[in-house]
Ligand binder design. Structure first.
Ligand SMILES: NC(=O)c1ccc[n+]([C@@H]2O[C@H](COP(=O)([O-])OP(=O)(O)OC[C@H]3O[C@@H](n4cnc5c(N)ncnc54)[C@H](O)[C@@H]3O)[C@@H](O)[C@H]2O)c1
Length: 380
């Protein structure tokens, strides 16, 4: 028997679309015990909310997120709004006893994230933070290979997330499309927006990060603010590079920027172990590069594994071997895993508490860059 689960989505932008698509698709491909019902969508502009509701199949719409929380019919609140609104909505949703899926980064900073974790754990509600790259089949396969011990002792973890969309000084800050450049709405720049993804994946695959040493730069110091029309100081980091140590003694090297001309969303990672290495690239997301030192030397080399076979993570739910899937599927996998954990009464991952660990790393990175010294990372 499939039980209905009434969804209230807050935020109809980029992530609102990926999450709505996931709710609409999940039962077509995954045999999960719940059927999400798109009950209400909330966004700032009434006309856009109304059109969104029609296009994606929501039964109603509102411009006031409190109404979503107060609605007894809503089982699950899905938070897809700018970062500065996550905490207030999540805490209210927890108090109202709703399941919560929240977009990343969890909060503006660690202390705010701690309040969210407290509220969620006190209320005992199901929760998940949307670090969706974990659910690219090739990334999940990398985690499986590491857990099976195929890499042996891990020495190095390096990750990049490179973009180029804010190079022009004419890009404003604030407002709807460019809230990511306004520190009050975003909390930080590339650290919370992009490195948070790399950090989440890295700690999932390779264990906790214990200390960091970072540098950041804000290349464009003043930008016009959409709300005031005036040139104002830019408070976010445009670029961030950090070194780190993991609890397992491996060394990490992370870089993110929005100033790497030619790169739109180049998320890559490489992991070097005693016995084997793994590399992955978001632009070629269905492939995993794998080097196994135990191969016979005359044929030893980097393999490019096409992650489409039925025995690879998630792939038996999709087409036939050789046919690949893409970005939107990571969100469908996320919802499928969440519904499965709900049915089993088990915590979903990454939980708010796990996302707090990532937030602590981000905080330590920003503090290290500011104070120009190594920082120890707080444990969640
Ligand atoms: N998982 C990922 O890979 C990923 C990718 C992009 C964004 N994100 C995260 O998702 C969140 C949303 O980002 P986005 O790119 O979808 O943003 P967006 O600008 O496309 O959409 C933001 C939405 O928030 C709504 N909103 C803003 N203020 C509101 C208010 N007071 N009440 C109700 N609605 C309000 C807007 O109407 C809009 O629909 C952010 O936290 C971001 O970091 C995650």
């Amino acid at each position: 028997m499939t039980k209905k689960l009434n969804i209230g989505l807050i935020g109809y932008g980029f992530m609102g679309r990926t999450h709505s698509n996931a709710y609409n698709q999940v039962n077509h491909f995954f045999d999960v015990p719940y059927k999400p019902v798109l009950k209400v969508v909330c966004g700032l502009e009434e006309k856009v909310a109304k059109d969104f509701a029609e296009q994606w199949g929501y039964k109603s719409y509102t411009t006031d997120w409190h109404k979503v929380i107060e609605d007894d019919d809503i089982d699950q609140v899905d938070i897809c709004v700018p970062n500065n609104m996550h905490a207030e909505i999540a805490i209210a949703a927890a108090k109202a006893g709703k399941n919560i899926i929240c977009e990343k980064p969890l909060a503006l900073n660690g202390p705010q994230a701690e309040k969210m974790v407290d509220a969620i754990e006190k209320a005992g509600v199901a929760n998940l933070v949307s670090f969706n790259y974990r659910r690219v089949p090739a990334v999940t396969l990398a985690k499986m290979l590491i857990d099976e011990g195929r890499l042996g002792k891990i020495f190095h973890y390096r990750a990049n997330f490179l973009q180029d969309w804010t190079i022009s000084a004419n890009v404003p800050q604030g407002g709807m499309a460019t809230w990511r450049l306004d520190v009050k709405a975003a909390g930080s720049g590339v650290t919370g927006d992009l490195l948070a993804h790399c950090i989440d994946t890295a700690m999932w695959q390779n264990g906790q990060i214990s200390s960091v040493c970072a540098m950041t730069e804000t290349f464009v110091k003043k930008r016009m603010h959409v709300d005031t029309g005036k040139l104002e100081d830019v408070g976010i980091d445009d670029a961030c590079t950090f070194l780190c140590r993991f609890d397992n003694e491996s060394l990490g090297n992370f870089e993110s920027t929005r100033y790497a001309r030619g790169h739109k969303a180049l998320y890559t990672f490489e992991i070097n172990g005693e016995k084997a290495s793994i590399a992955w690239d978001l632009h070629d997301l269905h492939r995993l590069s794998y080097f196994d030192h135990s191969d016979e030397s005359i044929v030893r080399g980097w393999r490019s594994v096409h992650v489409t076979d039925g025995d690879m993570p998630y792939m038996n739910k999709w087409w036939v071997p050789g046919l690949q899937i893409g970005y939107e599927h990571t969100f469908i996998h996320q919802v499928a895993d969440f519904l499965e954990s709900l049915a089993k009464g088990e915590p979903a991952s990454p939980s708010f508490r796990e996302a707090l660990s990532t937030q602590y790393v981000c905080d330590a990175v920003l503090a290290s860059a500011k104070d120009k010294e190594w920082k120890t990372v707080k444990k969640a």
